[in-house]
Design a protein around this ligand. Structure first.
Ligand SMILES: NC(=O)c1ccc[n+]([C@@H]2O[C@H](COP(=O)([O-])OP(=O)(O)OC[C@H]3O[C@@H](n4cnc5c(N)ncnc54)[C@H](OP(=O)(O)O)[C@@H]3O)[C@@H](O)[C@H]2O)c1
Length: 312
């Protein structure tokens, strides 16, 4: 079902039942709803996205394994994301595995124009919370073909590879030439990986763990800023994985600023990322509509220079 059809039906229904007054009340409500577009936009290759996206790893079972406990709500979260102007969704064949991609297609296909779905390959799964890398060219090709089928697309907008070895990146270049991949991104990389991958293909995005308490990718973020490559920080709320830098108190400082601003700590973490660099595209993950709305409402805020200095 097309989410835009849903909201349009909703507005038209309200108008028919309650007349013009209800319609203008609806319009006023719509203007106060959070909008991902308030974060500004970023070009990824020839695509333009709102700089606040949605991470679809959380619409799976415990340990990113199997079906979610409430698939109906997960589909509602995906539709609500689009209603709120999110037009960048991050997923991977390994989330479930296959569950996240399948739910995205169930909820959103046929996709509205301008929606960018980024997926990934290179990890296999043996059970809850168990991940192992498999970036062999033949494995990547099979993963890519599977994602094309599950997402019901002829070409993947952004295909990200976990750990870009030379032969695996070469395989992606081949898939791109065949028209199956629009753009290529890399994930979980150090600066030298980025250099090597860029020698083989045009890399439009880097996806590394990065948040207020994990600055391990500051150097690669600087490169992305210089080269205008999108940096997609995973675990923007610090939930999955482990911090790669020592504790500095930045998270506690940020929570103090959040209290003063009267916003949730989660929202504050997203505001920090949006304020930190204009190539950052946070992709907070959630399985709840209320959390999604809180996260998207971060798009309209920025911390002042003084607040950023205080957070550290
Ligand atoms: N490239 C990689 O190797 C890699 C690795 C991990 C993740 N990722 C991507 O990055 C995305 C984000 O990472 P993540 O999902 O692991 O971590 P995250 O975004 O830092 O945190 C998600 C967690 O925070 C909770 N949450 C979200 N919004 C909230 C709010 N407003 N208030 C309170 N709790 C909130 C969610 O629970 P509820 O469901 O209860 O809201 C969920 O448990 C993933 O979805 C995935 O697309 C990529």
């Amino acid at each position: 079902m097309n989410p835009h059809n849903t909201s349009r039906r909703h507005v038209l229904g309200a108008g028919l039942a309650l007349g013009a007054t209800a319609l203008s009340a609806g319009a006023a409500a719509a203007t106060t709803a959070p909008s991902a577009g308030a974060a500004g936009t970023l070009r990824i290759g020839d695509m333009k996205i709102a700089r606040l996206g949605y991470g679809a790893m959380r619409i799976t079972g415990e340990g990113v394994w199997g079906e979610p406990t409430d698939a109906r709500t997960c589909r509602a979260v995906l539709r609500r994301a689009l209603d709120l102007g999110v037009n960048f969704i991050d997923t991977a064949n390994s989330y479930g595995p296959h569950v996240s991609e399948r739910l995205i297609a169930e909820a959103l296909h046929p996709y509205p124009k301008g929606l960018v779905i980024a997926t990934k390959g290179g990890f296999t799964r043996a059970g809850p919370d168990r991940w192992s890398a498999d970036c062999r060219p033949e494995a990547l090709r099979a993963a890519c073909e599977g994602s094309l089928a599950r997402l019901k697309v002829e070409r993947i907008d952004l295909y990200q590879i976990h750990i870009p070895y030379e032969d695996s990146t070469g395989e992606l270049a081949g898939l791109q030439k065949e028209g199956k991949l629009r753009h290529i991104g890399i994930s979980n990389v150090r600066a030298e990986h980025l250099d090597k991958a860029r020698a083989l293909v045009q890399v439009v995005s880097v996806q590394n763990r990065y948040n207020v308490a994990d600055r391990g990718s500051d150097a690669i973020l600087a490169t992305c800023e210089r080269e205008r490559i999108a940096f997609i920080p995973w675990a923007p709320l610090g939930k999955s994985g482990r911090d790669s830098t020592p504790e500095t108190g930045a998270r506690a400082n940020l929570e103090a600023v959040a209290r003063e601003r009267g916003i949730s700590p989660q929202k504050a973490q997203l505001v920090w990322l949006l304020s930190r660099s204009n190539v950052l595209v946070p992709i907070p993950g959630t399985s709840k509509v209320a959390h999604l709305e809180d996260n998207v409402s971060a798009a309209a805020l920025r911390f002042t220079r003084a607040e950023m200095q205080r957070i550290g």
